[in-house]
Ligand binder design. Structure first.
Ligand SMILES: CC(C)(COP(=O)(O)OP(=O)(O)OC[C@H]1O[C@@H](n2cnc3c(N)ncnc32)[C@H](O)[C@@H]1OP(=O)(O)O)[C@@H](O)C(=O)NCCC(=O)NCCS
Length: 178
């Protein structure tokens, strides 16, 4: 079977939504709205097996030095064939090309990410900007996902300073526990 990766087009939105929201219905990952997939279609990489849709993943730039891996999924029948790893490696390479220093994800499968060089981190160690989308999440205030992060390069400080770029002492995060 020939496995390939390619950038998504808007024609992939239906397959992405079916896969991601099918898994979300089983509480395996968070759902995506059609608008959020279409508006962010340039974030997505598509995996194909013999030319057929076989998975997706998205790299979303959150701040000047940090990006999030979202909505990574492979259909049940295609798993454990290396597609998930290839998509993560592809997105890490994209992140490096964009000048990103840290790539994180919120996940229920930390072991998968740890096998790809990610470390489990405290939610509170991530910059405030990261939590903007949490306001729209059905699990807001009761997040049970594990935060994982891969540091691509060490940076002394945020290259674009701003109030949303780093945790602020004394300001509560919108997420309680994990
Ligand atoms: C997580 C997921 C994307 C992995 O995709 P995949 O194509 O099966 O992964 P790969 O075949 O590339 O596996 C890469 C490595 O991770 C391991 N791995 C795969 N799934 C794993 C899991 N659920 N838990 C722990 N390790 C896992 C594999 O054994 C493999 O290890 P190896 O290199 O030592 O052999 C896939 O299981 C999936 O779609 N899960 C449901 C959706 C989900 O949970 N997505 C994550 C949301 S953040």
């Amino acid at each position: 079977m020939e496995m390939t990766l390619r950038k998504a087009t808007t024609a992939d939105a239906g397959a992405i939504l079916e896969l991601v929201n099918g898994l979300a219905a089983d509480q395996i990952m968070l759902p995506r709205s059609p608008a959020s997939v279409i508006e962010n279609i340039r974030d997505f990489v598509i995996a194909e097996a013999d030319g057929e849709f076989a998975g997706c993943g998205a790299l979303h730039v959150v701040w000047s030095h940090i990006a999030e891996i979202r909505s990574i999924a492979v259909p049940t029948g295609q798993r454990k064939t290396g597609l998930g790893r290839r998509m993560v490696e592809h997105m890490l390479a994209e992140a490096e090309a964009l000048g990103i220093a840290r790539v994180f994800a919120f996940t229920y499968v930390p072991d998968f990410f740890q096998g790809l060089g990610f470390d489990v981190v405290e939610h509170a160690s991530l910059p405030h900007k990261v939590f903007q989308d949490c306001l729209n999440c059905p699990k807001f205030q009761q997040c049970d996902e594990v935060a994982v992060e891969r540091v691509l390069r060490e940076i002394d400080d945020d290259p674009v300073r701003g109030p949303l770029s780093r945790p602020l002492p004394g300001v509560p995060l919108p997420i309680i526990g994990r």
